[in-house]
Design a protein around this ligand. Sequence first.
Ligand code: MG
Ligand code: MG
Length: 248
Amino acid sequence: MILLKSKTEIETLRRAARVVAQTLDMVEAELRPGMTTGKLDELIESFIRSQGAIPGFKGYQGFPASACISIDDEVVHGIPGKREIREGEIVSVDVGTVVDDYYGDSARTFAVGEVSEEKRRLLEYTRKSLEAGIDKARNGNKLGEISAAVQEVAESQGYGVVRQLVGHGIGRSMHEEPQVPNFGSVQEGPVLKTGMVICIEPMINMGTYEVKTLPDGWTVVSADGSPSAHFEHQVAITDDGPDILSLA
Ligand code: MG
Ligand code: MG
């Protein structure tokens, strides 16, 4: 069942998502070569708490940290730890929060110092695929219009659109109905209605769309070792079009 949110609930979701956006702005300012992913996670957790929010991922299904930090061929769900971030890498940071029982969830992939032209394009087009999807998040559209728009932008560059993981509804739970795939046809899925709040989150691989999970049980990597990018926004469907909640 897809839960529609009231305007009051959407404002609470916005407060949660805004903390995520501010956290990601902080990451952008602080991220530098030599920093470990564990140190970055510490900064993220203390920033979230300084805003009066609770880290939404910590303990979620047993996840041990406040952020998922995924480098290069790691697609999503990387566990922060001792790994040092290096110049030339792309680092996906996915952050969740809880404010007054409602969840915020957003992600960005950052370039560390100078990165290759290929990686820079991957980030650019993954962000563009997200923007194309958000533009279809409108009352009366089929959800599949979002999926098809994301897929078209990503595949126009020859990239692989990850299928095994998808976006989702969000509210008092981090993952609610509906699922929001990043691939598919415009005919598919439910009709979008004012009051739905969804996370659109393309995970785009430079190579094949296939992925595998590492023995740690969390980290998802591209099957061919190619770099992968992830951008996510939390979006409310309103009478006036898409309302991006995860802005600072
Ligand atoms: Mg996320
Ligand atoms: Mg999400």
